[in-house]
Design a protein around this ligand. Structure first.
Ligand SMILES: Nc1ncnc2c1ncn2[C@@H]1O[C@H](COP(=O)(O)OP(=O)(O)OP(=O)(O)O)[C@@H](O)[C@H]1O
Length: 242
C-alpha cells in the first residue's frame, strides 16, 4: 500500500522562511501529532498538505494522490478540521451534514445513516434539528468534525481539534480519531496539549524554525533531546529552547 502522506522539501515564506524544506512521511493507521511553539508553522504546514495554500517549493501526496496536481482527487479522501470552526449558522447539524455529503456526492440514504451515527456519537443528537447559530464553540466544533468525516476520509488533518471541547467531548473525539486510525486511516493533528500527543500519538514530530527538530515515539524523542526519562514536556522544552 502507498504511504498515507508523503511530503518532500516543503517550503513557504511570508517575507521570511516559515517552513524550510520539510519532509514528512505517515503510514496508514498512524496517529501523528505535529508539535511546535507558537508561530512554528504547524497550521501553515497543515494548510499546504490540505491543498489550501500553495507551497513555494516541494511536493505533497496523500495515498499516492498529488495534492498540487490532483487537488480534487486528494481532497476527496481527506478530512480537514480548521482551528476555527466555520459553519453555515442558519443550518441545523442535520442540514449541514446533508449539505456537505451532497458536495462529496455521498448517496443520500448512506449520508443520512452516517450523519445519524456521527451526531449520536458526538452527543449532538438532541440538537440535530436546531440552528447552529445558538451553539457553543464546542458544539460547532463537533458539528464541523462530523461534516469532515461524512465522506469516510482515509486521511484526517486536524488543527487543534481539542480547543474549546469539554473533557467528555474531548474524550469522544479522541475515541473517534483512534477508531479511524485503527481502521487504517492516517491521522495528523496539531496540539498544544502535550498530554494528548503523549497518550494518543503513535509518532510525534516537533517543528521549530521551519524545520523538523525531532520525530518518533517518546523514547526516540528523549534520545534525540538527550533527556533520559524526561516527560514529553521536558523533551519539547529542551528541543525548542532557542
Ligand atoms: N497568510 C499569512 N500571511 C503572512 N504571514 C503568515 C500567514 N500565515 C501564517 N503566517 C506566519 O507564519 C508563521 C507561522 O504561522 P502558523 O499559523 O503556521 O504557526 P503555528 O505553528 O500554527 O502557530 P500557533 O501554535 O500559534 O497556532 C507565523 O509567523 C505567522 O505570522
Amino acid at each position: 500500500m502507498s504511504e498515507a502522506l508523503c511530503v518532500r522539501g516543503l517550503s513557504k515564506s511570508f517575507g521570511r522562511p516559515v517552513i524550510a524544506g520539510l519532509d514528512l512521511s505517515i503510514a496508514p493507521g498512524e496517529f501523528y501529532a505535529l508539535l511546535g511553539p507558537n508561530g512554528a508553522g504547524k497550521t501553515t504546514t497543515l494548510r499546504m498538505i490540505a491543498g489550501l495554500m500553495r507551497p513555494d517549493a516541494g511536493s505533497v501526496s496523500v495515498f499516492g494522490r498529488d495534492v498540487l496536481a490532483n487537488p480534487l482527487g486528494a481532497k476527496a479522501i481527506m478530512a480537514w478540521l480548521p482551528d476555527e470552526p466555520l459553519l453555515y449558522d442558519r443550518l441545523s447539524p442535520m442540514e449541514y451534514l446533508e449539505f456537505v455529503a451532497g458536495l462529496w456526492r455521498v448517496e443520500p440514504a448512506l449520508a443520512k445513516s452516517r450523519a445519524e451515527e456521527l451526531l449520536e456519537t458526538l452527543g449532538l443528537w438532541a440538537h440535530r434539528f436546531e440552528r447552529c447559530e445558538g451553539f457553543s464553540r464546542g458544539m460547532k466544533q463537533k458539528t464541523v468534525l462530523a461534516g469532515a468525516l461524512i465522506h469516510e476520509p482515509r486521511f484526517l488533518l486536524l488543527d487543534e481539534p481539542f480547543t474549546g471541547l469539554d473533557a467528555a467531548s474531548a474524550r469522544l473525539v479522541k475515541e473517534i480519531l483512534q477508531a479511524r486510525a485503527q481502521a487504517g486511516a492516517a491521522v495528523i493533528l496539531t496540539t498544544h496539549i502535550l498530554d494528548v500527543a503523549e497518550r494518543l500519538a503513535t509518532r510525534i514530530g516537533i517543528i521549530s524554525g521551519g524545520r523538523l527538530l525531532a520525530e518518533g515515539d517518546l523514547a526516540a524523542l528523549q534520545r534525540q533531546a538527550g533527556v533520559a526519562h524526561g516527560s514529553l514536556e521536558d523533551v519539547f522544552l529542551q528541543l525548542t529552547a532557542a
